[in-house]
Design a protein around this ligand. Sequence first.
Ligand code: ADP
Ligand code: MG
Length: 445
Amino acid sequence: MLKLWKKVTDQLSREVGEEEQLTWLRPLSARQEGDQLIVSAPNAHVERNVRKSYLERIATLAKAAQPTLGGVQLVVGSAEAEPVEVAAPALAAPGTTAMPKPPMVESRIDRRYSFENFVEGTSNRLAKASALQVATRAAFYNPLVMYGGTGLGKTHLLHAIGNHILKERPDARVLYVRSEDFYNGMVRALQQGQIEAFKSVYRTLETLLIDDVQFFAGKDRTQEEFFHTFNVLYDAKQQIVLTCDRYPKELDRLEQRLKSRFGWGLSVAVEPPDFETRTAILMQKAQEIGVAVPQSGAELIAQRMRTSASVRDLEGALYTLKARSNLVGATIDADFISETLRDQFSVAERQLSPGNIQKVTGEFYRIPLSDLLGKKRTRQIARARQVAMALCKTHTTMSLKDIGQSFGGRDHTTVLHACKVIEELRRTEASFVDEWDMLTRRLSV
Ligand code: ADP
Ligand code: MG
């Protein structure tokens, strides 16, 4: 660090509180150019605040420390910019521009995931549109929360936001982080006595993309730290985007104050893709992976694997096809697909027959099948029956009438009622969401 700058900040740190130090002074860096001290702020927001509250004091302190100093300039720009290697741009071939400055934070954005290769369908349209708006700053939702089951494209959209921003501005302070890594980073920083440095990285971001915040549940110290980080970014009007495997307000063991903050912006659900979207995703992924699957083949897979809702499973099927077709050198037609994916298809279908749903649900609630299908109407039995009906509705293509039939010949209005009750429960009771997810997992292993 520049000696002069160190003197200035040492003094200034004694004059202001810790919070101010971290938020406004720590992110600054400085270099000397001629008789000027150039102070860089990471973004316009920090720049404005420093100009307003500290710049005069900085100039006074700097001149006191180095009387020959001509002046102090505050700029937005890359930290610690080394005296620029003037030769580099000069050597660049005519017509090409100089290399962009390296990002100041390692963004951890995965280049493979973009908006361009994200297939849109009714199930994810809103999430994609909101993500794109945030990335282009066309609208400002803070925080943007994307929630939904695994393998549905939430992480993909986070990276897409990051990539979009970095394409426009390669030196943007964007960071993708999994909640787990936030936690691990925090623990490590605490152990090594570097918590201040840890904090300052997060608190000077322009866009924080944080994945799978359900991981914070029950981790109080992490929630506390994240709470403060959230506040600093939020107050500074920096963008926060987070994902969660369920509606965050339904997360157990998440502090109320975090829940309420997560609700300040926009929350959008990412749903499992429908048949058309599954087909489109398969076609696109097949091309990316480099496996020749005809449209009819993609439709066949989308149809037969309808019950396995996750896009990741669809991808898995394509890899399996690719591996086997390379091995035996066959073209990928309907027969080849049926044969190769026999296990995936039959697992999906066997697991999700009404019979199996009834069996798994009965076992889960410890209710004999005869009661589940019978006439008894105790609270516990009635609830289990409704859950099983709703599972049939969600995970099979059976009509309400057929579902009623398979539950001891009940009426379709009974099934409809059950589905509504369960839908309401899933919206309002976090503990029920856990039950539902657990059951769903049991059905699809
Ligand atoms: P999540 O974070 O919701 O669990 P991911 O974003 O990791 O899911 O998605 C799992 C895989 O499926 C990734 O490879 C992702 O690229 C792919 N995927 C999911 N949804 C889509 C989509 N709509 N279009 C293209 N690929 C998708
Ligand atoms: Mg994910």
